[in-house]
Design a binder for this molecule. Structure first.
Ligand SMILES: NC(=O)CC[C@H](N)C(=O)O
Length: 191
């Protein structure tokens, strides 16, 4: 059984564990750098990217996470996790992990619609996936070898570049595990 870690510093960790287990993989909550050696793929959850970044620095996760991504092991960033893996953030001089060739904008769905649900068509995953968006980012631009998997109202909300997967919404907050299953399959294929 493949082992999928969830970065457990902050955010929606438990829900991802449930979703990983429902997708036929073993879930490991990663709270220490050494645990990265035990896992075959990693989910960086939603939460608050600035807080998560502070904790990544505090617990010396920055370089180990960059190396994990560079090693070819799959990384899935959801919502704040997407902001963390992107290589450009609108309004910021520096990205965080800078793993995926995508430019993201934070809190980009406006104040009136802070949180909402939308039925999405996600290439290779589903054409009726309910995405839960909570002060969500969106992807403004992607590099050449990034595949756009989903748009909502003309905005990119899911994309994949080789071993990196990112989405604006919170797939772990519904009982629909199909995008987690898609990621678990990426992890299996990378072994
Ligand atoms: N639900 C989320 O992960 C929100 C992301 C948050 N707005 C941020 O910028 O980090």
């Amino acid at each position: 059984m493949v082992k999928v870690g969830v970065l457990g510093l902050q955010g929606a960790v438990r829900e991802h564990v449930r979703s990983i287990e429902a997708s036929g993989a073993e879930a490991i909550v990663v709270k220490k750098v050494e645990q990265l050696a035990e896992i075959d793929g990693l989910i960086i959850p939603g939460g608050e990217s600035t807080t998560m970044r502070r904790l990544i620095d505090k617990y010396s996760f920055m370089e180990p996470l960059r190396e994990f991504g560079a090693s070819g092991k799959p990384v899935f960033g959801t919502c704040a996790g997407l902001i963390l893996i992107a290589n450009e953030i609108v309004g910021y001089d520096e990205p965080h992990l800078g793993l995926m060739d995508a430019k993201v904008e934070r809190n980009s769905f406006g104040r009136q619609v802070d949180s909402f649900e939308a039925e999405l068509t996600i290439a290779g995953v589903a054409n009726d996936f309910v995405g839960v968006f909570i002060r969500a980012p969106h992807i403004v631009e992607v590099g050449e070898d990034v595949e756009v998997l989903c748009k909502h109202n003309g905005r990119i909300v899911a994309a994949r570049q080789n071993q990196f997967l990112g989405c604006s919404f919170h797939p772990e907050l519904t009982d629909d595990h199909r995008i987690t299953q898609y990621f678990v399959n990426m992890v299996k294929e990378s072994k």
